[in-house]
Every structure is written in structure tokens, then in C-alpha cells.
Design a protein around this ligand. Structure first.
Ligand SMILES: Nc1ncnc2c1ncn2[C@@H]1O[C@H](COP(=O)(O)OP(=O)(O)O)[C@@H](O)[C@H]1O
Ligand SMILES: [Mg+2]
Length: 366
């Protein structure tokens, strides 16, 4: 079995000198790129992939991947899953041992190239990372989040106390005002105090305790889909690509709804009502999250074809008050991430113009 030949539109490149060919560009990438066919034979690879796997292209082309990589590598099941289920995935800091015994750590992006299962190909992107660096990167993110939460708790307390006083005083004042026209002003004070109060509560994030019950994730996604479609007054269509075999699992359905709603609202803001939003669910098996291995993990993706997340926001995207929108609060994603964390999961993002994907991963304790 082999991939259909890749069609490259030469009309765009015909005028270019040979050293500007697409192959030449692929060889300039720091990322290793490997194209596998449905039997996991190598169909193409760039220079970085040759270096990373310690093999020459002439030797690698047409060879089965297992000739280049130890079979103990934990990502064979991932490759097979991505191929059979036609599902893109990103995994960070995965160990990889070459046949020459070199140990590496890579971030892996798997993108199946659609087609029938037997003729499907898999594009594998490999970025070398230092495992320790990757772990400490995650840990320092957690530390930063924890410190920030402590600061916010303190600030919230200091702000909410006087707010109660201001609201009470405004109500008393409103009752004493002889001129009813002046009440407009006390009403403004009261409604602004209430707005600040809600904002502070939202900054603090979702309640700490989950009210878990057996939850059907598709009831959650369908609820959100109907809400957003109603908000868009029928102008927006949200596509669904659900895995119906996904079992119910213990979760706080109300909180998950909030998290998914935040992701889908952002997607709608990004791509507008003419855009395409897709909700996708899948089951991942034997998946490691936050250091513990889970038998089953629910992956829920919110995909949109909008312009993508601004690059400068990406590293800080899940921190509170980070927004690219003049009217935004920057709280939506931090709240969604907190909810996922409380469920023992997390939200990941990958984004490029025309293709942004937020993936919520939640372990399923059925
Ligand atoms: N699907 C998306 N496409 C492009 N940008 C996004 C997307 N989701 C989030 N963002 C960016 O992330 C920022 C933060 O989102 P969020 O935390 O929900 O706060 P807010 O929506 O209030 O700005 C957004 O302002 C936007 O710039
Ligand atoms: Mg938002």
C-alpha cells in the first residue's frame, strides 16, 4: 500500500530558480517532517528528520519506521490511532530512541492526510525538546498560575469588602432622595458595584468543589451548540464529528458546559458567523496527563477556520486578563483551563491562520 503521489501545483513555482523548490524549503525547517503511509513506511522526510533519526534519506525512503525507531517507543500506538481514527494529535515531550541507541525527547504533531484507511498517509512533525526543560516549562507555568491565584484572592477580598459598603450606602441614599430624578445616579452606582462584584467573582474562577455525576459529554456539547446557534440567530452552523462510543463519565456537567461555552464563544468571535466551527469528540487510550496514566481520556476539540490566535498571545493565552479583544476580559480561557484542571485534565491549543484547535482532555473515571 502506498500514498497517492502528492500533487504540487507547479504553476506557482515554475518561475523560481531550482534552489527555491518546496523540498529545499522543507530542508531548511528546524522541525523534522516525515510522511508515513498506512503501513508506517517512510515516503518522505526532510533534512531535520534525517538528523533526528540518524539516517540518510536514501536509506530511510521506503523503509518501515520500525527499522529506524525502537519498537519500545511509546508513540507507535499513537501513530496507529491517528491513522485508523483519522484524528490529528499533538503530544509533548515524548521520548524517542533511534536504532543507533540515541535517546531524544520530541514534541510530536500527527496529521492524517484524509483518504480511505488503506491509502491514508500520516504527516509527522518532530520538534526536539529537552525533556527536563519541557517538564520545568510546565511546572513553572503551574507555579505562575498558583502565585497569581493567591494574589487575586487577596485583591478580591480587599475589593469585595468595600463594595458591600458602597452598595448599602447607595441604597440608603436612594431611599432618602427627595428628587426621584437623582435616583438614576444611585441606580448607576448600584449596578456598577454589582458588575464589579461579578467581575471579581469571575476572576477568582469556578467554585473549588466539583459536583460530579455521570455525564454524557455529548449532552454538554449539544447544549453549547444550541446556545451559540441561538445567539447567532441561525446565521452560524456548527458541525459535529462525535464518537458515539464515548461512555458517560464522572464530571461536573455545569462546569464543563461553562468551559466548552467559553471555547466556542471565542471560536465564534474569531471566525464570525460565516465561519466554520467543528465540535469533535474522541476517546484516547493509555494517555498520560499531568504525570498520571489514564486508561481512557475524553478529547473534545473545538475547531475554527478563523484567522488564528495572535502569536504574541500564545505563550500567555491561558493566564487571566490576557485578551486580544478591546472589549474582552481575558477570563474565558483561564476559567476554562481551571475547570479542565479541576477535572484532572487540561486544554491545549494549536493555531495557524484558517485552522485553530482547542483540545480539552479529561480523564474518564467511569
Ligand atoms: N479560537 C480563537 N481564535 C483566535 N483567537 C482566539 C481564539 N480563542 C481565543 N483567542 C484569543 O485569546 C484571547 C483570550 O480569550 P479569552 O480568555 O476567552 O478572553 P476574551 O475572549 O475575553 O478576550 C482572545 O481575546 C483572542 O485574542
Ligand atoms: Mg472569550
Amino acid at each position: 500500500m502506498s500514498c497517492a503521489p502528492v500533487q504540487i501545483d507547479n504553476s506557482m513555482t515554475a518561475e523560481l530558480p531550482p534552489d527555491l523548490s518546496i523540498d529545499y524549503h522543507l530542508d531548511l525547517l528546524a522541525t523534522g517532517v516525515v510522511l508515513l503511509d498506512a503501513d508506517l513506511h517512510i515516503r518522505a522526510l526532510n533534512l531535520s528528520a534525517e538528523n533526528l533519526l540518524e539516517v540518510s534519506a536514501s536509506r530511510a525512503l521506503g523503509s518501515p519506521l520500525e527499522e529506524l525507531l525502537e519498537e519500545s517507543n511509546e508513540w507507535y500506538p499513537l501513530l496507529n490511532q491517528a491513522l485508523t481514527e483519522n484524528y490529528s494529535m499533538v503530544r509533548r515531550a515524548i521520548p524517542l530512541t533511534t536504532r543507533t541507541g540515541q535517546e531524544r525527547t520530541v514534541d510530536v504533531t500527527l496529521s492524517p492526510i484524509a483518504g480511505k484507511v488503506e491509502s491514508r498517509c500520516l504527516l509527522v512533525e518532530l520538534t526536539m525538546v529537552d525533556r527536563l526543560q519541557a517538564i520545568s516549562r510546565d511546572e513553572s507555568e503551574w507555579q505562575a498560575q498558583a502565585t497569581l491565584k493567591e494574589i487575586m484572592k487577596g485583591v478580591a477580598h480587599e475589593v469585595k469588602n468595600p463594595l458591600g459598603g458602597i452598595r448599602g450606602a447607595a441604597q440608603l441614599l436612594s431611599g432618602e432622595l427627595a428628587n426621584p430624578n437623582l435616583q438614576e445616579y444611585t441606580d448607576i452606582i448600584i449596578s456598577e458595584v454589582d458588575r464589579l462584584h461579578t467581575l471579581v467573582d469571575r476572576m477568582l474562577g469556578p467554585r473549588e468543589r466539583l459536583e460530579s455525576e455521570p455525564t454524557n459529554i455529548h449532552e454538554v456539547t449539544e447544549h453549547v451548540r444550541q446556545l451559540i446557534e441561538a445567539e447567532a440567530k441561525g446565521e452560524l452552523a456548527i458541525e459535529r464529528d462525535y464518537d458515539p462510543s464515548l461512555p458517560d463519565f464522572l464530571a461536573d456537567a455545569g462546569q464543563l458546559t461553562q468551559a466548552v461555552l467559553n471555547l466556542v464563544r471565542n471560536a465564534r468571535q474569531a471566525c464570525g458567523d460565516a465561519g466554520l466551527i467543528t465540535l469533535r469528540t474522541r476517546v484516547l487510550r493509555q494517555f498520560t496527563l499531568g504525570g498520571s496514566r489514564h486508561k481512557l481520556v475524553c478529547a473534545l476539540q473545538v475547531n475554527d477556520d478563523g484567522p488564528g490566535v495572535p502569536e504574541d498571545l500564545l505563550p500567555r493565552l491561558f493566564l487571566p486578563m490576557v485578551t486580544g479583544n478591546a472589549k474582552g476580559t481575558g477570563l474565558g480561557l483561564s476559567i476554562a483551563q481551571r475547570i479542565a484542571n479541576q477535572h484532572g485534565g487540561l486544554i491545549q491549543v494549536r493555531s495557524s491562520p484558517g485552522d485553530t484547535c482547542f483540545t480539552m482532555l479529561i480523564p474518564m473515571e467511569t
